[in-house]
Design a protein around this ligand. Sequence first.
Ligand code: HSE
Length: 344
Amino acid sequence: MSKLYKLAIIGFGNVGQGLAKILSDKHTLLNERFGVDIRIVAVCDLYKGSVADSDGLDPKMLLNSLEVEGNLKSLPAQHTTWNAQETIDNSGADILIELAYTDLKTGQPALSHVKQALNNGMHVSMTNKGPVALAFPELRDIAKKNNVQIGIEGTVMSGTPSLALGNEMLLAAGITKIQGILNGTTNYILGEMAAGLDYQVALTQAQALGYAEADPTGDVDGHDAAAKVVILGNLFMDLALTLADIDCSGISHISAADIAKASAQNKQWKLIGTVAKTATGFIASVKPEMVSKDHPLASILGATNAITYSTELLGDITLIGPGAGRLETGYAVIEDILSIHKNS
Ligand code: HSE
């Protein structure tokens, strides 16, 4: 007998659509292999419309409506006017899937959505980095008080299980340093520029491929990677970092001449995030660096990311995998739901 999980999805952009596609393709597998019957009962998107139905919404129909109509507004459903707050309060969902746009300054509106859901006794899965980078300890306390769980796997390296690896396998080995390529958009742009493409064209392509944030400034200025450094440092190194603690510079100032200079030296630009413990405290940074072409990170191309955990007991462990993308990030929500199921 499968356990039913009803999802309310706030925000139906790239990640929400990726999740719907996975649910449409893999529902039977998830049901039969893992004992979870996952149903969408509400989708609320500021621009695309709001639909809620306690009998469930067919993910294929949601995607089809977007493709044909460009929105969800003419789909038949029991409720078609709920805003985010009403959706959280009234949909009867067990899990809030918070995928609204990321705001790294206030975390809003996602932060309020998440608190409301946790206080209502709902589990939460979010790929939104704002609330996690700004307020995770507080959210964890609220979740504990309400006996529910928060899944955040998709906030770092999309569905590549970087947080599960750190949390479940490496934490006890003593993590002393974490370093890697933590933003897919900038890695894609730097690679395309090295192949001769103009910066703006490469950025437009990264947007079309679903890698970039709704406002790509967060990617190219390094703030998205900085939020991931904050999340990693706080989760695994007992730090209390904020974005202001990260020595951060992005890639928007890198010119064609800089790219040519790296190439002439047989090097490649990479945006590298680092957090490490030191004798006096910590270092935490996001910076573009020229790495030689035989450096392990030089071969990480496109929207692929890589993370190296340096540990006391195992030395360095590196995980390489997708860092962005519709299905890749949508899959992180599936990982969260399976983890919620396992730990319930
Ligand atoms: N915009 C982000 C990136 C998405 O390019 O890595 C995943 O966090």
